[in-house]
Design a protein around this ligand. Structure first.
Ligand SMILES: Nc1ncnc2c1ncn2[C@@H]1O[C@H](COP(=O)(O)OP(=O)(O)OP(=O)(O)O)[C@@H](O)[C@H]1O
Ligand SMILES: [Mg+2]
Length: 246
């Protein structure tokens, strides 16, 4: 008999109404996962879809900075934690509890925090859940693939030769594990480049390229201005996610 952590049963129940769960992943750091995860969530919500956003980068949560979210008080509790709305999105992060204090966690504690967050968080009205993840294919990534029901990973990379090999490994791992990749985005690329070829090689949908947006840093903390700048490049990804809801 396999042992089951009861928190995972609670987590499964809490996620059961959600139609699509999209972890935004990359084996490489600094490629734009947080920017893309936050933007996708705000844009989905703006198009009338109940949307949740979960920051699973426990050591370096960044979405609250991106969204300009107030993390000074703990979220409301009612038979669990109900994430407050930020820019129209139900937004959950450990930063509500840890503030901007550093939170170094060994692997087994990552696993514990992960289960706890999933077990306590309710997502009323949420149909699409976007998850921001830390870089790499380690604890958080493996936890997502193990504990989240039917995840549809969205992979982010850049055309840098340093990123391509790394992203290829993630694609191969996800395919080998039987996961249904929603698609691949090539960030900081002025035109479709090597990641388009990579997507084709593995039969993964290429969701387009996002050029380098030179004033990006000025848009951090201003979610509506940020999404206005990035929306034209996320249309295909948004359509793909929406198509899985209706
Ligand atoms: N298309 C873009 N144009 C210009 N700057 C960008 C673009 N995408 C991301 N950035 C910038 O690149 C940096 C890294 O972005 P981000 O934090 O989203 O990456 P990440 O993959 O989440 O990083 P980490 O692996 O550390 O979590 C940030 O300063 C962000 O503002
Ligand atoms: Mg990030």
């Amino acid at each position: 008999m396999t042992m089951m952590d009861p928190r995972l049963l609670a987590a499964k129940e809490k996620l059961s109404e959600i139609k699509v769960i999209v972890p935004v992943m990359s084996s490489k750091g600094g490629v734009g996962k947080t920017v893309i995860a936050g933007s996708l969530a705000v844009l989905l919500a703006r198009s009338g879809i109940g949307t949740g956003l979960l920051d699973l980068d426990f050591t370096n949560p960044g979405l609250h900075v991106l969204l300009g979210a107030d993390i000074s008080s703990w979220p409301e509790e009612e038979k669990g934690v109900v994430p407050p709305r930020v820019a129209g999105v139900r937004f959950m992060t450990t930063a509500y509890y840890s503030g901007d204090e550093p939170l170094p966690l060994r692997g087994k504690y990552v696993d514990e925090v992960f289960k706890e967050i999933l077990c306590i968080t309710r997502w009323p009205g949420v149909k699409a859940l976007i998850i921001d993840t830390p870089p790499g294919i380690r604890d958080e990534a493996l936890d997502i693939l193990t504990y989240i029901p039917s995840p549809r990973p969205l992979i982010v990379g850049t055309p840098s030769p340093l990123a391509i090999k790394s992203v290829e490994k993630l694609v191969r791992i996800l395919i080998d594990l039987g996961h249904d990749i929603i698609g691949l985005i090539e960030n900081m690329a002025s035109e479709p480049g090597p990641l388009k070829q990579l997507a084709e090689k593995y039969g993964v949908e290429y969701l387009g390229n996002i050029p380098y947006i030179s004033n990006m840093d000025l848009l951090i903390g201003k979610p509506y201005e940020l999404v206005d700048a990035i929306e034209p490049y996320l249309k295909v990804a948004l359509d793909r996610i929406r198509s899985l809801i209706h």
